[in-house]
Design a protein around this ligand. Structure first.
Ligand code: BG6
Length: 471
């Protein structure tokens, strides 16, 4: 069977500054730099973010590779800890401006539209030391940083993102101890989440003011959506899944698109005295903000049931007071990452955006597959034969295409990621790139999936899909 995407469809890859550039010439540490200095053993093979994929030094060549693959779009992020010399005053580092201006200009010269994101988990350590997102001073400094970025690069960059996956630092830093400072405090997490939304709103409102006469400038937020499937139709399981969705998906989705917190979520948090500190001026700022498009990172859904045992109220409260994860017996997983592979959920997301979120224009801003020891798939020409990745992409594109045919307003698909990149904690364990990176000499080599994508684009966005793959 053949599927086809429109001729102006965006094809590209996404990456982040901290995971690709390395910390060369950076004047400040983010929590990730700091965490590595403190606890190297927390990182796979003791590899930290200092060199990453060496894009700080090799971006020019990397952009040529992107162009050779016919990719028309890309996303990366500015590192706050690079752009700003002095975090507390916001003083700009002119060398960093030169670097980003050249990087973004080279992309533009090759006809590659870049979505520039402002925050990808990389909180400056100085701000984390005063409470990170729990402190409104961080919100103020972020708004100033965002405004500087719009003014410094707005002549080159048309598409912007305020945050990548804002819920993840809440989960990682305040609930599940994935990332430094590994605090377990749901109430603090909610305050951090609320302040993140406020920071987003402030940035969006500043953006729309600066570019009020230029409709080509657009801003989004990038959310990782993990729709919750209840175990079955029992009301208690449906309710548990609904609560999981409210806390992890709708908290950001509804606020950023509709300008309002879901009332059921507010009631739930109020019943446990978990509401954050807020005032009416802030709520008005949030209400006023609107995004021009949405970025959706999709990796996996969640599978949910109601609690099997009563929550022990003597314990620290957690979201799991209201639900439990459920192991779906038919679940297909990527064993390297432990994440479920369920391409059809992308269709569910697309239809939900069409029906419940004003059919806002949106892009799959991340989707991808991390695989360990990919070297075992090298052929004689030293090229990684990642057919599993090609199948993974095809399956997702099939469901996306179906949703677009049915009216969902998706205009592009970005893979995570361009080149194998450093990951929080997992470092270089799982490789996601369509270009491989040799950690010994930082050499790049396009994988089979990279050439496959090029072929799709050259073939007028038409893709042949094996029916067995999508039944
Ligand atoms: C996304 C993030 O959630 O998933 C990326 O935006 C991350 O930063 C990617 O690298 C893959 O996850 P991981 O943990 O395997 O690197």
């Amino acid at each position: 069977m053949k599927i086809k995407f429109s001729n102006d469809f965006w094809w590209g890859t996404a990456i982040s500054g901290p995971q690709s550039e390395g910390s060369f010439e950076k004047k400040n540490d983010s929590i990730m730099d700091y965490w590595f200095k403190q606890n190297k053993e927390d990182f796979y093979n003791f590899v930290g973010p200092s060199v990453a994929s060496d894009m700080f030094n090799q971006y020019e060549n990397d952009i040529k590779i992107m162009a050779s693959l016919k990719l028309n779009s890309y996303r990366t992020s500015i590192q706050w800890t690079r752009l700003v010399k002095n975090i507390m005053t916001g003083e700009i580092d002119e060398k960093a401006v030169e670097f980003y201006r050249d990087y973004f200009t080279k992309l533009k010269e090759k006809g590659i539209v870049t979505i520039v994101n402002l925050f990808h988990f990389d909180m400056p350590i100085e701000l984390e030391n005063i409470g990170g997102w729990t402190n409104k001073k961080t919100v103020k400094l972020y708004a100033q940083y965002a405004e500087n970025c719009f003014k410094l690069f707005g002549d080159i960059i048309s598409h912007w993102a305020t945050f990548n996956e804002p819920v993840v630092p809440i989960e990682g830093c305040y609930l599940y101890k994935w990332y430094y400072p590994k605090i377990v405090d749901f109430k603090k997490g909610i305050q951090a989440g609320y302040n993140t939304i406020l920071a987003h709103a402030k940035a969006v409102n500043i953006f729309h003011k600066i570019f009020e006469n230029d409709k080509s400038k657009k801003i989004c937020s990038i959310l990782n959506l993990t729709p919750a499937y209840p175990k079955d139709n029992k009301p208690e399981n449906i309710e548990a899944a609904e609560i999981r969705d409210l806390i992890f998906n709708k908290s950001f989705l509804d606020t950023m698109i509709k300008g309002e917190f879901p009332s059921k979520l507010v009631k739930l948090f109020a019943s446990e005295d978990l509401l954050p500190e807020y005032d009416s001026e802030e709520l008005a700022e949030i209400k006023k903000s609107y995004i021009d498009f949405l970025g959706v990172n999709y990796y996996q859904p969640s599978r949910i049931q109601s609690r099997l045992t009563k929550w022990n109220d003597k314990k620290e409260i957690m979201p799991e007071k209201w639900f439990e994860n459920y192991e779906w017996p038919e679940k297909r997983i990527n064993p390297h990452r432990g994440w479920e592979i369920h391409p059809k959920t992308l269709y569910k997301i697309a239809i939900d955006i069409r029906d419940n979120y004003n059919n806002i224009p949106w892009i799959v801003s991340e989707n991808g597959m991390g695989v360990e020891n990919e070297d075992k798939f090298l052929n004689k020409e030293n090229q990684i034969q990642d057919d599993y990745r090609i199948d993974f992409i095809k399956e997702h594109l099939y469901w996306l295409n179906k949703a677009i045919d049915e009216g969902s307003n998706c205009f592009g698909y970005h893979l995570w990621t361009f080149i194998d990149c450093w990951s929080w904690g997992n470092a270089y364990k799982n490789r996601y790139g369509i270009v491989s990176l040799d950690l010994l000499n930082n050499k790049r080599k396009i994988k089979k999936s990279g050439y496959w994508l090029k072929e799709v684009i050259e073939n007028s966005n038409e893709i042949e899909i094996d029916e067995d793959l999508v039944k």
